[in-house]
Design a protein around this ligand. Structure first.
Ligand SMILES: Cc1ncc(COP(=O)(O)O)c(C=O)c1O
Length: 561
């Protein structure tokens, strides 16, 4: 009994020494040891006490490639993997040219299907973050800089389209447009477009959405989404399906806009969002500022509401901010409406600095901003964060849509509202139509969850770049030198400025007689007038574009003589 205490001391001392040695050894060698351990045990997964979370490690990436998979989460697993890798790249843990784990190993360690990993990697590829090297695997893109940010490739590279034309500029002489100068009619334009649809011989360069493609994918996905008939008998929340809203918030996060699904309301196209917003915020006689030119649909909504519309001229950088300031001061408008990315109809994307200044002016004059971002997903390169992402005083309302990227006829758009206006607008939506169709929401949800959306966007961007360049080359070939145009880095339209004195109505009528429909520029000005211009959709197949531009070119050459 008397010997016991010293013996215990020796054991304690020995174990301390052993622990110290083991600690030092691991501190110096942990990477080597860990990787050896992990190589002999390739997949290490552990469940937490609740049993529903799983970490997966890849032996070659033991230090960084720790992916938390939450099998109970609503977010699909491929998006969880995508988000984690995205995070590692943006935090600089995965640097330029680093290799990602092979599909097989990540599928094994994560206990997920290989298709799930492929889906995650394709989405990362579509985001421009990684690239596939045939036979070698996936690598982080080399234009990721040291701070994990994407370099803006489009800013420094000269595109073929730019080389193809010396007419590509935008600098029209233009005055501010006041409501006393006139109005225009969107419904008339809309009915005319409907009437032309379905005529196989008509080349419709006036249409507002990309030329449809990928119908087989869409049909398959729609069939899958319609499997549950329960869908058709259920009432839903006026804000829309919560899972769809969380998918939209994920998409917005990638644009730099961090919003909770609670701040989103799914609407019947973004047009319904614009109508609800004008009903909510604008009383007859209120002043509203828009870009001139701008989206004609919203001009009509405002007109019907009895708003007094001021059109501030667009410059190559966006709305003229000096004039904006002057008119904010003199007229104290309720609202500024801006299309910050790939503006309809000019295709101009404003810089971060322009966005900051516009927001600062809105703050100074206590004015609301509607930011309509219908075309952002169609941008060829990265775009600055939306104005809404810079907003700290809940004055910016953000509007988006799937009409330009999926199917126009589904009528799925959304608005993002933070602060005190969120719930009143949800109630207004409820009183309009309860909620949008469950069937449309289910199709978009299925499309987003399948990963096809990312692939589709990637495909559209590549196709649209080719088709834009093709239209530019045709314009340079067929049009007189006095005609100029913008070169948008995405979207669907070119904005063509005609020499002063040319009647857009005459040119459009002459083209329509030859079965070619041109988007008349006058529709986009709040006064229904403005300088002579055309909005042309460049996303049509090449034969149609060739015929359309040849007809336009011949008419303009004839007018010149
Ligand atoms: C800038 C802009 N906003 C909103 C819309 C309305 O789109 P939708 O109601 O189909 O979502 C359009 C349609 O052309 C548009 O160009």
């Amino acid at each position: 009994m008397l010997d016991e205490p010293p013996r215990r001391k020796v054991r304690f001392g020995q174990s301390l020494l052993v622990q110290l040695v083991v600690f030092c050894f691991f501190r110096m060698q942990y990477r080597t040891v860990l990787s050896k351990v992990l190589k002999t045990v390739p997949a290490v997964s552990c469940k937490n006490p609740l049993g529903w979370r799983q970490y997966c490690y890849d032996s070659r990436f033991a230090c960084v490639m720790k992916i938390l998979i939450d099998r109970q989460a609503q977010q699909p697993i491929y998006l969880q993997i995508r988000d984690r890798i995205h995070h590692l790249i943006h935090n600089g843990h995965l640097s330029a040219d680093a290799q990602l784990p092979s599909i097989r190993s990540l599928a094994q360690t994560g206990k997920v299907n290989k298709l799930t990993v492929i889906e995650a990697y394709s989405v990362l590829e579509a985001d421009g973050l990684v690239r596939a090297k045939p036979g070698a695997g996936y690598f982080v893109n080399s234009f990721i800089n040291s701070s994990g940010q994407l370099s803006v490739v489009g800013e420094t590279q000269t595109t073929d389209a730019e080389k193809a034309s010396s007419h590509s500029h935008f600098n029209p002489a233009q005055e501010v447009m006041m409501p006393s100068q006139g109005k225009h009619s969107f419904p008339a334009v809309y009915y005319a477009t409907l009437a032309s649809r379905g005529h196989p011989d008509v080349v419709d360069l006036s249409r507002g959405e990309p030329h449809p493609f990928g119908e087989d994918d869409l049909r398959r996905i729609a069939r899958r989404a319609m499997k549950s008939s329960d869908l058709f008998f259920r009432q839903a929340h006026p804000k829309g399906d919560v899972f769809l809203r969380s998918q939209i918030s994920q998409i917005l996060l990638q644009q730099g806009l961090d919003l909770s699904p609670d701040n989103l309301t799914v609407t019947s196209g973004s047009m319904q969002a614009l109508s609800l917003l004008s009903e909510h915020f604008i009383a007859p006689g209120d002043w509203v500022i828009v870009e001139a030119p701008t989206y004609h649909g919203f001009l009509s909504v405002l007109q019907q509401r009895g708003a007094q519309i001021i059109g501030i001229p667009m410059t190559p950088q966006g709305m003229n901010l000096d004039l904006l300031e002057q008119y904010l001061e003199s007229h104290r408008p309720k609202l500024i409406y801006t299309i910050s990315t790939l503006h309809n109809p000019t295709g101009i994307t404003t810089s971060l600095e322009h966005r900051q200044k516009l927001l600062a002016l809105a703050e100074t004059f206590d004015c609301l901003v509607i930011e309509d971002n219908a075309y952002d997903p169609l941008s060829f390169g990265p775009t600055p964060p939306p104005i809404k992402a810079l907003d700290t005083s809940d004055r910016v309302i953000y509007v988006g849509t799937f009409s330009k990227t999926l199917m126009l006829g589904l009528r799925v758009g959304y608005m993002a509202i933070t602060g005190k206006h969120n719930n009143p607008l949800t109630e207004r939506k409820l009183l309009h139509d309860f909620h949008i169709s469950n069937a449309s929401q289910a199709i978009v949800k299925e499309y987003l969850a399948s990963g096809h959306y990312r692939r589709r966007l990637k495909h559209i961007r590549t196709l649209h770049r080719e088709r834009r360049d093709y239209m530019l080359s045709l314009l340079a070939r067929y049009c007189p030198p006095a005609v100029t145009w913008t070169v948008p880095e995405g979207g669907t339209f070119l904005w063509i400025q005609l020499p002063r004195g040319i009647s857009v109505a005459d040119v459009s009528t002459a083209a329509a007689a030859q079965q070619v429909l041109l988007g008349s520029g006058t529709a986009f000005f709040p006064t229904g007038q403005g300088y002579p211009a055309l909005r042309l959709n460049f996303s049509l197949p090449s034969a149609a574009t060739e015929r359309g531009i040849r007809v336009l070119g011949n008419i303009l050459q004839a007018v010149r003589k």
